[in-house]
Design a protein around this ligand. Structure first.
Ligand SMILES: *Cc1c(COP(=O)(O)O)cnc(C)c1O
Length: 447
């Protein structure tokens, strides 16, 4: 086993594993410009991943936005080892345990008590499904079954299961399955790149909110919820927008009696500068989805937090009024313990404050790119930095990805959008390493 090299694992993986979000043919055709290398990872430490041939890669996108405090983090490892010796799993229907209780209490406290109960699942898409079902079922329970439709934003991404695709507006994930999906209404995005001459980001937000208002005025009585990714729409290519949109959306949802669901799966856990992104608009949602970073990037865990009003509408002697949703691993103790260790690190290391310096550092090192003739909309919100590249090359993203790997960096553009979303333990030297990898890979990919 220990003698295995990259080549062996590559061949065995291609023969047996169907990799996610991948045209598997791109792994095979090594000579094509669309080639996507498959990299067997032997180990990880801090911000670095190591392959079987001793090559290393700086994890510039936190392993799909999940890893906050580095790979093989000693404190999370220690918590998990302890939990492993205590309780690995117990079903959460009819049973409870220390990690799930403590995690629920701490997350509720982080919302200032506005969201009093936590419901558990394993992946982000399941959290979306749960939030949609909860909202729909709430309206039924309070005698308004006509409120059954959902609103989402252009370019939104809330996961890829059939229910979550209803509120996802990214063509490559959705188009093939359109006949299976009961699509939601897609409303204009407040993405500040859509600014017309003379418009500020807040103006774009107000224009998008006016479209929301016009829709609610006509159809509000049929609408259960609006779901948004607060401040940054990740999967569509790091579209960023002004908090003004969330403030106005909150007011409109209140006025037209529509739930506001904040999908904080990507932007929660400090990513945008505050612990939850919605805090920057000084609002609270009715329902919030968390996943990705909440377990520190260790284990599949997702959570839906809801207001007491929603929770209480399900309380009744009748089982039919209850929320009967479940997954086998709901509230898994190991995953919850990883999340508790993650929250401990936020507190003991004053992470939000420390990240302010890191995000300023990232802005500084990327700033020269603003002058690059092919770079558009260099933008940043906390620990997410992005820019678009003006090119018609359909292979740009994979060319850039390969060029970055050759420079010891894992940076995986979304279409023509290059972004950095590093783990919070990244050092100044590592930030500099990422910036030079970005600059050089950009030249190489544009050749
Ligand atoms: C990743 C993501 C999801 C889906 O999470 P999975 O764990 O991949 O199912 C949902 N919403 C947002 C905003 C995401 O970034």
């Amino acid at each position: 086993m220990s003698m295995s090299s990259n080549q062996d694992w590559l061949a065995r993986s291609q023969a047996a594993v169907w990799h996610p979000c991948t045209q598997m043919q791109h792994h095979v055709q090594t000579a094509s410009p669309g080639h996507l290398p498959l990299i067997p990872i032997a180990s990880g430490k801090g911000a670095w991943l190591y392959d079987f041939d001793g090559k290393r890669y700086l994890d510039g996108i936190s392993s799909w936005w999940t890893n906050l405090f580095g790979h093989a983090n000693p404190r999370i490892n220690a918590a998990l080892k302890d939990q492993l010796e205590t309780l690995e799993h117990v079903m959460l229907a009819g049973f409870t345990h220390q990690p799930v209780v403590e995690l629920s209490e701490r997350l509720s406290a982080l919302t200032g008590g506005a969201l009093g109960h936590a419901f558990y699942a394993s992946d982000g898409a399941s959290a979306t499904e749960i939030a949609l079902k909860m909202s729909f079922h709430y309206w039924r329970n309070v005698g308004r079954p006509g409120k059954a439709r959902f609103l989402c934003l252009q370019g939104s991404y809330h996961g890829e299961t059939v229910g979550a695709l209803a509120v996802t507006d990214v063509a490559i994930f959705k188009d093939a399955y359109a006949p299976l999906v009961r699509a939601a209404t897609v409303l204009p995005s407040p993405d500040f790149r859509l600014a017309e001459t003379g418009e500020s980001p807040a103006d774009v937000a107000r224009r998008a909110a006016a479209a929301l208002e016009a829709h609610l005025e006509k159809h509000g009585e049929h609408i259960a919820a609006l779901i948004v990714e607060p401040l940054v729409q990740g999967a569509t290519g790091m579209a960023m927008y002004d908090p003004e949109y969330l403030r106005l959306a909150r007011q409109l949802c209140d006025r037209y009696e529509v739930h506001l669901i904040c999908d904080e799966i990507a932007v929660g856990c400090g990513r945008t500068g505050t612990f939850f992104a919605h805090e920057q608009a000084e609002i609270r949602p009715d329902l919030m989805c968390l996943s990705k970073g909440i377990s520190g990037g260790y284990l599949p865990l997702s959570i839906v937090l809801c207001s007491d009003t929603i929770y209480e509408a399900f309380l009744d002697d009748s089982v039919a009024r209850a929320f009967l949703h479940s997954h086998s691993y709901t509230g898994n103790p190991l995953a919850c313990r990883a999340a508790l260790a993650t929250l401990d690190i936020f507190e003991s290391d004053n992470v939000l404050t420390a990240n302010r310096l890191k995000s300023a550092r990232i802005s500084t090192v990327l700033a020269p790119l603003a002058e690059h003739p092919k770079v558009r909309h260099l933008r940043q919100r906390g620990m997410i930095a992005a820019f678009d590249v003006a090119t018609d090359d359909p292979h740009f993203s994979r060319k850039f990805y390969r060029a970055a790997l050759e420079r010891e960096a894992l940076i995986r553009p979304i279409g023509n959008t290059v972004y950095l979303m590093p783990p919070y333990i990244i050092s100044d030297e590592e930030i500099a390493h990422l910036a030079s990898a970005v600059t050089d890979a950009l030249e190489e990919a544009l050749k």
